[in-house]
Design a protein around this ligand. Structure first.
Ligand code: IPD
Ligand code: CA
Length: 263
């Protein structure tokens, strides 16, 4: 039996090493050009290389554990399951916009217990263990105390997986409520920023489990509220997502139409 602390230590070590790969590739003047898997769907050699490294590293530390990732898939049900997004914010990474990260979540019997997110381009390591709080570079973080919706910053994610209407609708309700609506292109960092009190809320009508496995735990452990993302099938198929600070949770939930998980 490994302790949560040992799992967290390995998660940190793995995302730090993967982050070095991302940073090296980001600044490599000779890096290979990106390709498009589809409309606005970027693919870089780094996504595959980082995921291969993470799978190998977890297998070395915990040979019994399962790992599933954005690029190569894997089982979605296992008593101990790691979920990795090797480069979240791939479009930013591909276009040399420095807003991307690696996300690694550890689930025990379907429940996220450890979440690690590393933004290597800014050397920011977000880490949370269930019941033990969330930290940024070792310092405890809390969601913001902004209580007025017209003083809130609300990030709304978009992907080519959904038709335009749900995104446009979220943007419309956010703007009409007086929020500063933004989209920075990394769902994982969007959640980490809510946890760190840099923004008040993040929502997206469909997002994949590898984008949020670590980030939702960060928000919960930083005192924020989230929706019940982990309904049956969500690990494989994704779900809608909502994360907010505590004070605006009811209002943002009402505006977005996305229910909060009970406390
Ligand atoms: C995407 C980003 C984006 C979010 C999408 C994700 P990728 O992941 O997190 O911000 O809105 O839902 O698919 O393609 O950058 O790994
Ligand atoms: Ca992603």
């Amino acid at each position: 039996m490994t302790s949560l602390l040992e799992v967290s230590r390995v998660a940190e070590e793995v995302v730090r090493a993967a982050g070095v790969m991302i940073r090296t590739a980001f600044y490599d003047p000779n890096r290979p050009a990106y390709s498009l898997k589809g409309r606005q769907d970027y693919l870089t050699a780094t996504d595959g290389a980082v995921e291969a490294y993470v799978k190998e590293a977890i297998a070395r530390h915990f040979p019994e554990d399962a790992v599933m990732g954005e690029e190569t898939g894997g089982v979605t049900e296992a008593p101990r399951l790691w979920i990795v997004d090797p480069v979240d914010g791939t479009a930013n990474f591909a276009r040399q916009i420095p807003h991307c990260c690696i996300s690694l979540g550890f689930l025990e019997n379907g429940r996220v217990m450890v979440g690690a997110v590393y933004d290597a381009l800014h050397d920011e390591l977000f880490l949370a263990e269930r019941g033990h709080g969330a930290r940024l570079n070792g310092v405890a973080i809390r969601v913001s105390e902004v209580a007025a919706v017209n003083a809130a910053t609300f990030e709304i994610g978009w992907s080519n997986r959904t038709p335009p209407e749900p995104y446009l609708n979220l943007v419309r309700v956010g703007v009409e409520a007086g929020c500063a609506v933004r989209r920075a292109g990394s769902g994982t960092l969007g959640l980490a920023y809510v946890a760190a009190g840099r923004t008040e809320a993040y929502a997206e009508s469909h997002i994949n489990s590898w984008d949020v496995a670590a980030g939702l735990l960060l928000v919960e452990e930083a005192g924020g509220r989230v929706n019940d993302f982990w309904t049956p099938g969500a690990i494989a198929k994704g779900n809608e997502v909502l994360a907010t600070n505590a004070l605006l949770a009811q209002e943002i939930s009402r505006l977005s139409g996305i229910k909060l998980a009970p406390l």
